[in-house]
Design a protein around this ligand. Sequence first.
Ligand code: HXC
Length: 519
Amino acid sequence: MKSQEKVKQLIDLREKAREGGGKKRIEDQHAKGKMTARERIEILLDEGSFEEFDMFVTHRTEDFGLGDKKYLSDGVVTGHGTIDGRVVYVFAQDFTIFGGSLSETFALKICKVMDQAMKVGAPVIGINDSGGARIQEGVRSLAGYAEIFERNILASGVIPQISAIFGPCAGGAVYSPALTDFIVMSARSSYMFVTGPKVTKTVTGEDISTENLGGSQVHGTKSGVAHFIADDEEEGLLLIRKLLSYLPQNNLEEPPLVECNDPIERQADELNSIIPENSNQPYDIKDVIYHLVDDGEFMEIHAVYARNIVIGFARMGGMPVGIVGNQPNFLAGVLDIDASRKAARFIRFCDAFNIPIVTLVDVPGFLPGSGQEYGGIIVHGAKLMFAYGEASVPKITVTLRKSYGGAHCVMSSKQLRGDINYAWPSAEIAVMGPSGAVEILDGKDISEIKDPVKKANYIAEKEKEYRDKFANPYEAARYGYIDDIIEPRNTRFRIIRALRTVATKKDPGPMKKHSNIPL
Ligand code: HXC
């Protein structure tokens, strides 16, 4: 073959690979409102930056008539490119080839990009749209999955791993995304479950639709498996780009500092009156967050799951921070199982990737009741405590209002190595709220008063006594548990200055193989 013919052969083969499973299957994919693997990569990466690996790989199976049914790339498009000029590795499952099902060679392709991402110290983004294990390959496919899982585990805490779910993701295949740091699901075309509706019906008798079993709403609101729900795939891909802008490339880097045009000393007068007069009245913690962070930009994670705690990324003085805030607007901001798990995982992510944590406290305590106790609130609450206590990144805490009981200790208290702990004058830091305390301390006396008016007056008097003593920040400040009581409108400046002050902190803790977080 002449050299020009060889070049033409290469061009033709590349063209063939780009056709995936063929025009008809691409049309089917589009008809379902889904993009192809390559279209997704094009939106995800900086224009023209994608370099593909292993385009000429095909499967090695002869069984079930697959010998003469081979497609270039074998159902997954892999390679690297850049996002905002920074290197990322990517794999995108191609549903047009064998339904994106995972073969031995398909897995090897994914492992190759994961291995190289680890060597280079760059994030991996996986776009999932697959019918699961390639049935014709049997155990080789299962082994391929396990190879990927092991890499997910070893990469955890070393490089950011992000999963997009833009189609089916079922069976054991769900565990690779579950092992990654963030999962983005597209609202309509995606679903995830360990066991699908048919097997569920056979085994348990439960009749349930795909959507109700593992659709994006389920994972966004009930299970918390999905961190983000995007209206469509494009929104999901752009969201991943934005998410990465807060993250370092790996655990040895600092998160990327950007120029800050929002004055760091900007005061927010509204904050001086944001706490309602009645301490049982709700307000929106996100209103506080918007006032504090650069340009009011807050990337909320798990926005519709465990809404009694708010988590997400923002910048303060140009520096990425992880924000955790109790949400008085939802269940009074109480800590329950879901809220504890949600915040604990986020704190551990921030700690692994050197992202300082800013905690805004307004918590009435842990949610009481058999539902929580049977569900293991003891262990789940301990997770949050563990995550805070273990985190060695800068931790700045501001107590806005309530900080009661065990929840006070948990929420980045001084004793859990909080670096700088501020309180607003409206803070109430105590073992419990005044009414609960009076009931326990004075219940006997109260029950002996028969006249209802006298009883009410006595309770009010006792509650006032308790409130004057404990329902303020001064008692905690007297012991140095609170470093300073600050005017709410100055909070942005005080946090940024605190972050800059402790930016160089080193507090690694004792040597150990690893901790034993209460899972
Ligand atoms: C081989 C598969 C496949 C699979 C789909 N295809 N899944 N090929 N192995 N697992 C092929 C189909 O034969 C078809 O090929 C093409 O992909 C598109 O599939 P359709 O069924 O036409 O598409 P659709 O109607 O959209 O349905 C998609 C689907 C369905 C819901 C995903 O294909 C399906 O249920 N597939 C099987 C899912 C499954 O049970 N997987 C194993 C799960 S267990 P042609 O040539 O016609 O285009 C598992 C264990 C993992 O994954 C363990 C890890 C530890």
